[in-house]
Design a protein around this ligand. Structure first.
Ligand SMILES: [Zn+2]
Length: 348
């Protein structure tokens, strides 16, 4: 994860690949390039790297000295930071060619001047950049203790955390929800893909752990009795309109523990989410239960004998006009032929 810190306004901004982001005073800005590893940055700013495994780590993990280092994201010989003059962007135009599984070759096709912190020519036409998923930063303590303190404070106060959901947070939520759903015999699970997607840039506004907690509490209030009635393999989507959050899930029957698994496959914030599966709207309000027994509808038939009977199609039974049951066998022969067929068909 790369952050820039503007030397004019001191604002710290996390770089993303989807847009050019700027600091408060707009003098600095940056964006990941299309290789998702290197970045174009502009203005008077410094680059700070934070290890992704720090973010993915638990509180305990973060106590690890090595993991916990705030890292200077640009150093002598660094090939990942491509500086332009303007803090307004846009990112540099370039062609990216994969050389092997670990290396890309970038050829700049932009007319603007750029500087890379390498020895010799600082504006090479082509440059090799590592392509492994985890950005490699030189592990070196930040020179300036003030900067180090500042970043730590920002992290602690969540100012540059941007509501990133960590695996441990999701695990904890899963535990809380298991306790809640236990009363109806449902085990709540989040897939690996759910965790990946919850932090995806495509959500635009980050999905927070609090939003998820609220939605699942509402799901419990509203659907707890219905969930257990769904069959093994039932797929649908929980949809929460106020937050635009959609959660596709599948029901799995766990024979071993004799409980129902509510497997949440993925999650996304999207306004007009399309699906061919049923959409279960999450409002938190329990559906009104109508306890009054429903009067089953009947039709009147005149038998060949002239007697009029009531026929209840749903339960395939007959009554006389006074409400007294009539055995089918007793009147079968005097039913019109199409009625006989229907009554027989329904007996299967
Ligand atoms: Zn600034």
């Amino acid at each position: 994860m790369k952050l820039i810190r503007c030397k004019k306004c001191e604002d710290v901004v996390r770089l993303v690949h989807t847009e050019w982001r700027q600091c408060d005073c707009k003098k600095s800005g940056g964006q990941y390039n299309d290789d998702m590893i290197s970045a174009t940055i502009g203005g008077e700013c410094e680059v700070i790297g934070i290890r992704n495994d720090w973010f993915n780590g638990t509180k305990k993990d973060r106590g690890d000295k090595k993991l916990n280092l705030i890292i200077q994201g640009e150093y002598d010989g660094d090939v990942q930071i491509h500086r332009i003059e303007s803090g307004n962007g846009p990112k540099l135009k370039m062609d990216i060619v994969k050389l092997d599984s670990e290396t890309n070759e970038i050829t700049f096709t932009d007319d603007r001047k750029y500087i890379i912190n390498v020895k010799g020519n600082k504006s090479p036409k082509t440059i090799e950049v590592p392509s492994n998923k985890k950005p490699s930063f030189k592990e070196k303590k930040v020179r300036n203790e003030n900067t180090r303190g500042l970043i730590k404070t920002l992290l602690r106060e969540g100012l540059i955390k941007e509501d990133y959901v960590t695996p441990s947070e999701l695990k904890r939520l899963e535990g809380e929800l298991d306790n809640l759903f236990q009363s109806v015999g449902v085990d709540v699970e989040f897939t690996k893909h759910f965790l990946d997607r919850v932090n995806d840039e495509r959500n635009e506004k980050d999905i927070t752990i609090e939003e998820l907690r609220n939605i699942f509490k509402k799901i419990y209030a509203q659907y707890k009795d219905r969930l257990v009635k769904y069959k093994d393999g039932f797929e649908a989507v929980f949809r929460n309109n106020p937050t635009d959050i959609n959660i596709p899930f599948v029901i799995g029957w766990d024979n071993e523990n004799n409980e129902l698994d509510l497997i949440n496959k993925t999650v996304m914030r999207k306004k007009n989410f399309q699906t061919s599966n049923p959409m279960l709207y999450v409002t938190g309000k329990e559906p009104k239960v109508d306890d009054t027994p429903k009067q089953e509808r009947f039709k009147k038939y005149k038998l060949t004998s002239g007697v009029v009977v009531r026929y209840y199609a749903d339960s395939n039974r007959f009554e006389d006009l006074g409400g007294k049951p009539i055995e089918i066998d007793d009147i079968f022969d005097s039913l019109p032929e199409e009625m006989q067929n229907m009554v027989l068909a329904k007996m299967d």
